[in-house]
Design a protein. Structure first.
Length: 309
């Protein structure tokens, strides 16, 4: 059963985020789930972001609100550092961007979903979002994912939106147990390592926040022709292959946490990438690796065809 006393530690990666930061913080204060704490990793901001966090802490002295120094190596390393800093005893964590607006039931939905998972089973919760313009004008809903979330999907596609992710204690133990190094993205890594370890991936098809779509960041939507072209260009230029190389290196460093079946799948995927054309195409048929949508699947096959896996 979901318990309103179960504390959720919110982990926010901050960098020059003053413009929309107050709205993000106010949305925490409006949560229907009352038990939450906040830890902010400031990655060397030059604006008033840190001061805004301190003001928020002064206004909410009944809560634990911490501001720590980030590693100064980008948002992915900032989030990984926050996961480590969360410590060994917090029951749940929720990742947060600095410029979204959480809907009031956001934490409550995640807490309820994670509470339904058997004790000791790693679980990652993620959800859909309302995509909005910087001024909050509605644009669209994030994509509906129809296929199962699994390690076979996680190897080649990141569909767990980082700004919606929540982890239970067992999943956090896994995330804290290894330094993945230079990974492509923290949310992709969490999707990979938790699913690879046999954990539960819970996807909520109800949107839980307003995600600001900034100019030049449309690629994050996954649902427009422009975004698809940008991702196709990333694949054909070798960027996708580089991401896979880094992810495989990180997963091999954590291979003791993977299930035997997923460890074998990882090695089949790694071998397939260095095979000839027929081996790559046969590998996609034979491994069961997949992406969620038809355009993404076409892009994956093009990556195999042009040796960009």
């Amino acid at each position: 059963m979901a318990d309103q006393t179960t504390e959720v530690t919110i982990l926010m990666a901050l960098f020059d985020g003053e413009r929309h930061l107050r709205a993000q913080l106010d949305s925490y204060a409006s949560q229907t789930h009352p038990a939450w704490a906040l830890m902010v990793g400031d990655d060397g901001s030059s604006d008033a972001g840190a001061a805004i966090i301190r003001q928020f802490a002064d206004a909410h002295r009944n809560r634990e609100i911490r501001l720590i120094q980030g590693p100064g190596r980008g948002f992915a390393r900032n989030f990984l550092g926050l996961l480590q800093a969360a410590g060994p005893s917090v029951p749940l964590v929720a990742l947060s961007d600095q410029d979204d607006i959480w809907l009031p039931e956001k934490l409550a939905r995640g807490v309820k979903a994670l509470a339904a998972v058997e004790n000791g089973i790693p679980a990652l919760y993620c959800a859909r979002t309302h995509i909005v313009a910087p001024d909050l004008t509605p644009i669209t809903l994030s994509r509906y994912w129809a296929r199962r979330f699994s390690f076979a999907n996680a190897l080649v596609q990141n569909v767990a939106a980082g700004n919606t992710i929540m982890l239970n204690r067992a999943a956090l133990n896994i995330a804290q147990a290894v330094d993945p190094g230079d990974i492509a993205a923290h949310d992709w890594w969490l999707y990979q390592i938790i699913s690879g370890a046999g954990g539960r991936i819970i996807w909520d098809d109800e949107p839980v926040l307003l995600y600001r779509q900034h100019p030049g960041n449309e690629m994050g939507r996954n649902d427009t022709p422009r975004a698809w072209v940008a991702r196709l260009r990333q694949i054909l230029s070798g960027g996708f292959r580089d991401w896979n190389e880094r992810n495989i290196r990180a997963l091999r460093a954590a291979e003791s946490m993977l299930t035997p079946a997923n460890r074998a799948l990882l090695e089949r995927f790694a071998a397939m990438r260095s095979a000839g054309l027929s081996g790559r195409l046969a590998g996609l048929f034979g491994t069961g690796i997949y992406r969620q949508t038809t355009p993404a699947t076409v892009a994956l096959w093009l990556a195999a065809l042009f040796n960009r896996l």
